[in-house]
Design a binder for this molecule. Structure first.
Ligand SMILES: Cc1cc2nc3c(=O)[nH]c(=O)nc-3n(C[C@H](O)[C@H](O)[C@H](O)COP(=O)(O)OP(=O)(O)OC[C@H]3O[C@@H](n4cnc5c(N)ncnc54)[C@H](O)[C@@H]3O)c2cc1C
Length: 469
């Protein structure tokens, strides 16, 4: 019988934790699993995916015994470290259409728009205080190569009769962001920013209040399949009839999943609070902003006037080796400092008080995959959010809950379900070496394009070998 071994995450400590987790404050940790326990459904991973899945299961079957096992604390992974940019899938409708067809793509995009409404009502009802500000999501160009990156998605969205985007000119961008670095773009109207760790912690509280059992500081080290699955942890075991693997990038430990995914690092910095300076340059709102370079820049102004500024670093993990540098990069955030200074010269002297990193679970076609493990009809997984998860994981929760409950509905029939239909990647070490080369080329191309310099044709050719778009 196949057994699966999971590599435990390297835990981030103290200052390596994201600004968001530190800002949200410590909430009491639930006790680790000890002894031999049972559940109807066991979920591995207490990020948005695991928490939303638990909540969806409880919505449909309140008496179901659902237990989450989390290696660190809920939100310690990407969910408590991300850029806090909230936007629907309409920006990727072209990509979705290629993989799942037009009808399903529209349905998934609308589901993420509904998820944004759901976040809004969770905040409005006082259920989760997550600093959600739906002031818009700006997708902009700051160099010639970036111009019109949004065109396909914009045209397709409009053709489907959805009125989500508005065109932006240089003055409008400057008015809303306080910067003239970007000069054209689009904005998704009902989108914006969130304090991501507060969202994760709020979902955790909600899950606990609905009777979900959560054991934190409980890494699952091995999975023994069967009609009843046994999850091994350092101090005990959990037996469950059905299991959901929601451990994001760390699921690269499972060979059949690694075939379809690779893990890259994204780095973020947070400045000291500079509210007066930001007010002065006219950046007062809660918009989320990103540009259209391959190593995308994403940034927001927090309600207290810090700038949170992130960028895909290009660093890739070898297989499932997600080391300490995926908690905090080794380059003292030099890339982000440079880019922050380019977009906001006024902030060149602002102190960077926090810098951290997180692993991003990427798939070859840039979209998530849901299914059960081969030959294990009761062990489900969801991987591959590709750095866009806040409005997408509530949808993942629906899909995974329907799979677990054996429902035949729009969620279980989603064309994102089914790993065999999806692209695979070369094995290690070819993948790592190839990816390193391609990502180096992307970086060189990016750096040239930001300055409107000519790109060396060999660099351009190699950069275009990347999977996805
Ligand atoms: C730096 C960064 C910036 C991002 N920016 C944005 C953004 O601005 N907007 C957006 O929409 N999305 C963004 N994302 C993506 C988004 O954060 C993710 O898609 C989302 O958080 C995925 O949720 P998850 O629950 O699948 O993963 P995670 O939050 O990573 O949860 C997985 C959990 O599994 C736990 N775990 C791992 N192994 C084990 C084990 N063996 N046993 C038990 N538990 C285990 C981990 O500790 C972790 O808590 C970003 C991601 C990163 C890393």
């Amino acid at each position: 019988m196949t057994h699966y071994t999971l590599r435990s995450p390297v835990l981030a400590k103290g200052p390596e934790r994201s600004f968001w987790l530190q800002d949200a404050g410590a909430s009491p940790i639930t006790p680790p699993l000890s002894g031999d326990q049972t559940a109807d459904v066991a979920i591995v991973g207490g990020g948005y995916t695991g928490l939303w899945t638990a909540l969806r299961l409880k919505e449909q079957q309140p008496d179901l015994r659902v237990t989450i096992l989390e290696a660190d604390c809920c939100g310690a992974g990407a969910s408590g470290r991300n850029g806090g940019q909230v936007h629907s899938w309409f920006a990727e409708i072209d990509l979705l259409t290629e993989v799942v067809g037009e009808t399903e793509a529209l349905s998934l995009c609308c589901a993420t728009a509904d998820a944004i409404d759901e976040l809004e009502s969770l905040q409005a009802s006082g259920t989760i205080d997550m600093d959600l500000r739906l002031d818009g999501w700006l997708w902009t160009a700051s160099s010639r190569a970036q111009e019109g990156a949004w065109q396909k998605a914009l045209v397709m969205t409009q053709a489907l009769g959805e009125d989500r985007f508005v065109l932006l000119d240089a003055d409008e961008i400057a008015r809303r962001t306080g910067s003239r670095a970007s000069y054209m773009g689009i904005a998704e109207r009902k989108a914006g920013t969130v304090q991501p760790a507060k969202l994760a912690i709020g979902l955790r509280q909600l899950a606990l209040s609905r009777g979900v059992i959560i054991h934190e500081r409980t890494p699952v080290t091995a999975i023994e399949p069967g009609t009843t699955v046994t999850l091994r942890t350092p101090e005990g075991s959990l037996k469950a009839g059905r299991v959901v693997l929601a451990a994001n990038a760390w699921l690269a430990s499972i060979p059949e999943l690694l075939r379809c995914m690779y893990v890259v690092e994204s780095q973020i910095v947070a400045t000291e609070p500079v509210p007066d300076l930001l007010d002065e340059i006219g950046w007062t709102g809660g918009e989320s902003i990103c540009d259209a370079q391959a190593h995308v820049l994403y940034y927001q102004r927090t309600p207290k006037g810090r700038v949170v500024f992130g960028r895909g670093s290009g660093k890739i993990a070898y297989g499932d080796r997600i080391g300490a540098s995926f908690n905090r990069g080794t380059e003292q955030a030099s890339d982000n400092r440079r880019e922050l200074g380019r977009v906001y010269p006024e902030l060149k002297t602002a102190r960077i008080e926090h810098d951290w990193s997180g692993p991003i679970d990427c798939t070859a076609d840039h979209l998530p995959i849901f299914d059960h493990l081969a030959g294990q009809p009761n062990i489900f997984f969801g991987i591959g959010f590709n750095g866009t998860g806040i409005a997408q994981t509530p949808v993942a929760g629906h899909i995974l809950a329907s799979l677990v409950l054996g429902r035949d509905d729009r969620w279980s029939r989603s064309a994102l379900v089914g790993i065999s239909r999806r692209k695979t990647l070369p094995p290690e070490p070819v993948r790592y070496l190839g990816a390193k080369l391609v990502r180096k080329a992307i970086r060189l191309r990016n750096d040239a394009e930001i300055e409107n310099r000519r790109v060396n044709p060999v660099v351009r050719f190699i950069s275009e070998l990347k999977p996805g778009r």
